[in-house]
Design a protein around this ligand. Sequence first.
Ligand SMILES: NC(=O)c1ccc[n+]([C@@H]2O[C@H](COP(=O)([O-])OP(=O)(O)OC[C@H]3O[C@@H](n4cnc5c(N)ncnc54)[C@H](O)[C@@H]3O)[C@@H](O)[C@H]2O)c1
Length: 424
Amino acid sequence: MQPRLKIAAIGCGSRTFIYFELAAKQPDLYEITAAADRNQARRDKARALAQNPNFQEFHDDVAILAAPKLADLMIIATQDAFHFAHASAALRKGYDLLLEKPISTNLRDVLALEKLARELGRKVLVCHVLRYTPFYRRVKKIVESGALGELVSFEATEGVEPWHQTHSYVRGHWAVAEQATPMIIAKSCHDLDIFSWLVDSPCVSLGSFGGIQYFNAAHAPAGAPARCTDGCPVNGKCAYDAHRYLTDKKGWLQIIFDRAKTATDAEIKDWLRTSRWGRCVYRCDNTAVDHQTVNMTFATGATGVFTMTAFSEGRDLAIFGTKGRLLAGERVKRTAGCDIVVEIFGVGITERIDIAFDPDGWHGGGDSGLIRTLYAEMRKPNASDMDSSLERWVESHLMGFAAEESRIKGATVDLADFRRRHGG
Ligand SMILES: NC(=O)c1ccc[n+]([C@@H]2O[C@H](COP(=O)([O-])OP(=O)(O)OC[C@H]3O[C@@H](n4cnc5c(N)ncnc54)[C@H](O)[C@@H]3O)[C@@H](O)[C@H]2O)c1
């Protein structure tokens, strides 16, 4: 029997907590040995989740990386802008990585990290959790079975959902794309990863459009102040009233406010008065787009169209092959009552598939699927033996950064040329 995989983490926020909780449920496979975070309450929570009397805690990345190597694998789950520095230092220290997306906030660093991991022979698994959901695994299996024939084109939509858009991309961590990552990377790099994985071919060229159509000053209600807590005339009527963090949106508060469960309403209101999540959604400094489309063509000749919009909820996918089509996602669920429909030309509907609910179902079962896969992937002798190499993970970032350039410049982007221009 192989030894347990020792895991440690830099950055103890919502992501590390999920991974720790899932890993702790499989004590025969994983041992959580250490974590670093600047926040004591978060270190305490990490320690509690680790269920290991020998757990070690550190104040930050520098302290944990100065200690002798404490684990086989380091989770890198600080905020986007720190991933490259923390990931490079951990690789150099000898750790394999479970690296939160984005790999970095710019393509040059993404490609530099790819090179570093290759030179050092380290294994890196990027947290593209959608790949590990039972839903996308089933879609992939159907495509691979050949039932649809050759994959010719696809249409996909990611509906962010308006409140989620405001929480994360208008008020929240990813609102100012220049300080975090462009929306198409921050929210949709999972989708871009899924497309190249399903087509099983690199994207060669793409074009993109989009912008902020709604969450801007032009749509502010008359007399709305900078903050919902400043006596807004539409308090209680506005869909984005920050006071909803006290009522029906309290679940969202827990992601950003450590004392959400214990604080009184008065304390939460006080926090909203200064927090970025108390601001009017029409009067923020957001630069992240609220809608964007990407048109792609792949090396096989297949083409795809993707729409990210704040104003829908959930994902939709249609795959068109030479023998039949596959329709899946939220709209199919609503209209056909199942998750996936397969229709073969001249035959009709051959499959209506329901995907079983995952009780550990964060991200549609993607987080638990990832932790289930992680052990086997990290126990493989070489990085090149892994099911998905860092080279393939980089593909989604290449597509995302190229889409952002296309959106801003209004021109199609050749991916090979784009990669060369960024040092790849
Ligand atoms: N894979 C996914 O589906 C998915 C979903 C959400 C978020 N993410 C990504 O995961 C990452 C983490 O997200 P989160 O919501 O957990 O973030 P978070 O802000 O809740 O947690 C980050 C933690 O890092 C700590 N930190 C900051 N600097 C540090 C340092 N130098 N050393 C040690 N700790 C430090 C902070 O104190 C904080 O607790 C982000 O990059 C985000 O984009 C991925």
